[in-house]
Ligand binder design. Structure first.
Ligand SMILES: Cc1ncc(COP(=O)(O)O)c(C=O)c1O
Length: 402
């Protein structure tokens, strides 16, 4: 900054109120945690330097839609967890899924997607990408032969799968699908939201773009919305250029909250996996519960793709003989678990797919993919497992008594 302090102090109060204290050079002391860079633009000592940064001759920041230091730290952290070269942050999981598809597909291309992808992913393919001439075919990704057949017939630009599906928690063999994607030259996009990088690293199994709704496990506290794509440095560069144009850029405060959440991610996932295991055992032995879904119960589970932490904190189950009224009573009777439309938080959360994530389907369509009227989905929190079990126990009792 030019000029001296005395001259600046003589300026009108309206001017001083706006500028005083801003753009002060940082002291030599480094903050021990990442600051939240709540700034839309960045200035430099000289215009020459700004010109070099604009021209990519020198690294730096000029405008937060092009990049922001807090976001960059989050991106480094997720790339490290997913064991990829780089990552790019987005304002929501859906923005990340949209960006991943937009990177890969052009008019006339096909996408081969898992039959039970997240509802909004299904909707963005059907209601948005279809308008631009992108055709999607759906396949059961647990049926590797069916994926291979569809891939060789369609020659898709992208294959899109989820590590653990919602709400039936079916686990796709990513190494097998990765092999098929390589053979037909498709980009493999894997949504790793339900597993988190603590359980599975899809990039090590052949995924080109690993997508997260960081709203869920990565951030983990239910207080922010975000998405991220972990990928190669080359793909990240193109994704950043794409974000500059589309404006799908995460805010620094959300990035910081996610970064803070990530610090306890392994602790949370470890605890939630362990508690989920206990609850699965208990639910399986309870006559008031018909079917329990958890990755650990899947026959032919591709166990090699999991780390040794466990199989995650998501559990789904059917209330025996339950219909909509019984499930409503069950949800209303919960006193600890929170009925809410999200997952992966420190709190235990309960979701009723028939009225939320899978509401857009007819009852017949839901039942075709195994989602009955009595199915509920529990996202196990970090509370004491005995308290979660006691809450489920009393709510089942009250739902089935009346
Ligand atoms: C598996 C999965 N992917 C993506 C999303 C979308 O994420 P967001 O709500 O952050 O846009 C969700 C949201 O529930 C999800 O469950």
């Amino acid at each position: 900054m030019n000029g001296n302090q005395q001259d600046r102090n003589r300026r009108d109060i309206a001017t001083r109120a706006v500028h005083t204290g801003e753009r002060v050079p940082p002291s030599a002391a480094r903050p021990t945690t990442t600051p939240i860079y709540l700034t839309s633009s960045f200035s430099y000592e000289t215009t020459e330097q700004l010109d070099r940064v604009f021209g990519n001759e020198e690294s730096g920041y000029v405008y937060s839609r092009y990049g922001n230091p807090t976001l960059r730290v989050l991106e480094h952290a997720v790339a490290s967890l997913e064991q990829t070269e780089d990552a790019v942050a987005y304002p929501s999981g859906m923005a990340a899924i949209h960006a991943a598809l937009a990177l890969v597909v052009s008019a006339g291309d096909s996408v081969l997607a898992a039959r039970d992808v997240y509802g909004a992913t299904y909707a963005v393919l059907r209601d948005y990408f279809a308008r631009f001439g992108v055709r999607t075919e759906y396949v059961d990704t647990l049926n590797v032969e069916a994926v291979a057949e569809a891939a060789s017939r369609l020659q898709p630009a992208a294959i899109l799968a989820e590590t653990i599906s919602n709400p039936l928690l079916r686990v796709t063999d990513l190494a097998a699908i990765g092999g098929i994607a390589r053979e037909c030259g498709a980009t493999l996009i894997v949504d790793n939201t339900f597993a988190s990088p603590v359980l599975v690293n899809p990039a090590l199994l052949g995924a080109d773009l690993v997508v997260h709704s960081s709203t869920k496990y990565l951030a983990g506290h239910g207080d922010t919305t975000g998405g991220i794509i972990a990928c190669s440095a080359e793909k990240a560069t193109v994704l950043r250029e794409q974000s500059k144009l589309t404006g799908a850029v995460a805010g620094p405060l959300d990035a910081w909250l996610t970064l803070r959440g990530i610090k306890t991610l392994p602790l949370r996932i470890g605890r939630q996996s362990e508690s989920a295991g206990c609850l699965v055992d208990w639910l399986q032995g309870d006559a008031r519960v018909d079917r329990v879904h958890h990755p650990s119960l899947q026959p032919n589970l591709p166990t090699a793709q999991f780390t040794d932490v466990g199989y995650g904190g998501m559990v789904s189950f059917e209330i025996a003989g339950g219909d909509r009224d019984v499930v409503f009573r069950f949800l209303d009777a919960l006193d600890l678990c929170v009925p809410a439309t999200t997952l992966g938080d420190v709190y235990s959360l309960m979701l009723y797919p028939a009225i939320s994530s899978h509401r857009a389907l007819t009852a017949e369509q839901r039942s075709e993919i195994g989602i009955g009227e009595a199915l509920v989905r529990l996202s196990v929190g970090i509370e004491a497992v005995a308290d979660i079990r006691a809450d489920l126990d009393q709510a089942l009792g009250r739902a089935l008594r009346s």
